[in-house]
Write a protein that binds this ligand. Structure first.
Ligand SMILES: Nc1ncnc2c1ncn2[C@@H]1O[C@H](COP(=O)(O)OP(=O)(O)OP(=O)(O)O)[C@@H](O)[C@H]1O
Length: 323
């Protein structure tokens, strides 16, 4: 059977202000390949900034990549909008503070509207599934969305997001606001969806509480590259530690290796970070380099750069970079 999610040599860089990646810049996601099968519950792990959200957004069709690089249910998520509008592919991300995602649409939730109106206002939903979700997430239908707590609002959002039976669910750390009980019940529900309906879930998280026996696979990314993708049994065979401690040891090793790399570059008199952008050698904090497309150039950031062989430290601007 063909994999449900196929990632083939995925490379991605955020576009600059002109809508294109800065020429010659290092890809943020770099040559990543991975297959995920029906029924898999895949935990996507990695340190802050590793690229997890970016990968999930690409899979969810929110960023354009070449169609052959990412196939979900055999289709290109970005180009085939029916994938999300049908509810087959569902992305629930941490960014919906003020919105609720539903089958590809985003609805503002800061207005005075009841949970009942939101959950019963959606046509074509199986009433049994809706009732089960309301119970699992313990939603009080009389809640007014503009008055509830973050966690309560989040429960209604998740409930809305899961109303349509999904085939592929992308979860970008959506359980942060949930209390222990709500989180445990939600994880149990999601597991059942995979076991009974063959749904596939990719879940990016930093919270490992109650997750030891939940995933079927662990996918670890660092600096936009795939480090490992293993069935959970293999992870448990390799490490006798809890999942949290195992992941902690991986991230610690990654950080130590990065520190060592920087130390060695300093010892050789080389800048810690270096990148080619627009044909210039740019050195400096990668956060500033990454910020270029966001900030309309380098403006506002103090950047220590070597451009065309000349060391300089300046409040940078696009103009300086392009000299
Ligand atoms: N819209 C954007 N434009 C440019 N760069 C971005 C954008 N969004 C994220 N980045 C950069 O992409 C890199 C990966 O970010 P991403 O959000 O995918 O990481 P993450 O693994 O989800 O991190 P976290 O665990 O902190 O949520 C970061 O270095 C970030 O600065």
């Amino acid at each position: 059977m063909a994999p449900i999610v196929e990632i083939n040599g995925l490379s991605f860089t955020y576009p600059g202000i002109d809508g294109h990646p800065p020429p010659g810049s290092k890809p943020l996601i770099d040559d990543l390949s991975l297959n995920i099968d029906a029924g898999d519950r895949c935990l996507l792990i990695g340190s802050n900034g590793a690229g997890k959200t970016t990968i999930l957004k690409i899979l969810g069709g929110k960023h354009m990549v070449e169609p052959h690089m990412v196939r979900v249910l055999g289709r290109s998520a970005f180009h085939d909008t029916a994938l999300t509008s049908s509810g087959d592919l569902c992305y629930l991300g941490g960014e919906w503070r003020r919105e609720v995602a539903f089958a590809g649409f985003e609805v503002p939730i800061q207005m005075d509207v009841s949970a009942e109106k939101m959950l019963f206002g959606v046509a074509g939903i199986d009433p049994q599934r809706r009732a089960e979700l309301i119970k699992v997430l313990d939603v009080d239908l009389s809640w007014r969305m503009h008055k509830v707590s973050d966690g309560q609002r989040r429960r209604v959002q998740i409930c809305m997001g899961l109303l349509k039976p999904f085939k592929v669910l992308l979860l970008d750390e959506i359980t942060v606001d949930l209390d222990v009980l709500a989180r445990a019940d939600l994880l149990k529900f999601l597991r059942k969806e995979c076991e009974q309906r063959g749904s596939t879930i990719i879940y990016a998280t930093h919270i490992f509480d109650g997750l030891d026996d939940w995933p079927t696979h662990i996918v670890y990314v660092a600096h936009g590259k795939l480090q490992s993708a293993m069935p959970i049994e293999k992870v448990k065979e390799m490490s006798k530690l809890s999942l949290m401690r195992t992941v902690e040891s991986w991230l610690r090793r990654e950080r130590d290796e990065e520190r060592q790399r920087r130390k060695e570059r300093r010892a050789k008199g080389l800048p810690e970070y270096e990148q080619q952008i627009d044909g210039s050698r740019v050195t400096g904090d990668p956060a500033f380099i990454a910020a270029r497309p966001l900030n309309n150039g380098w403006a506002g950031g103090r950047l220590h750069s070597t451009i065309a062989g000349e060391e300089s430290s300046f409040f940078s601007s696009n103009r300086v970079l392009r000299q």
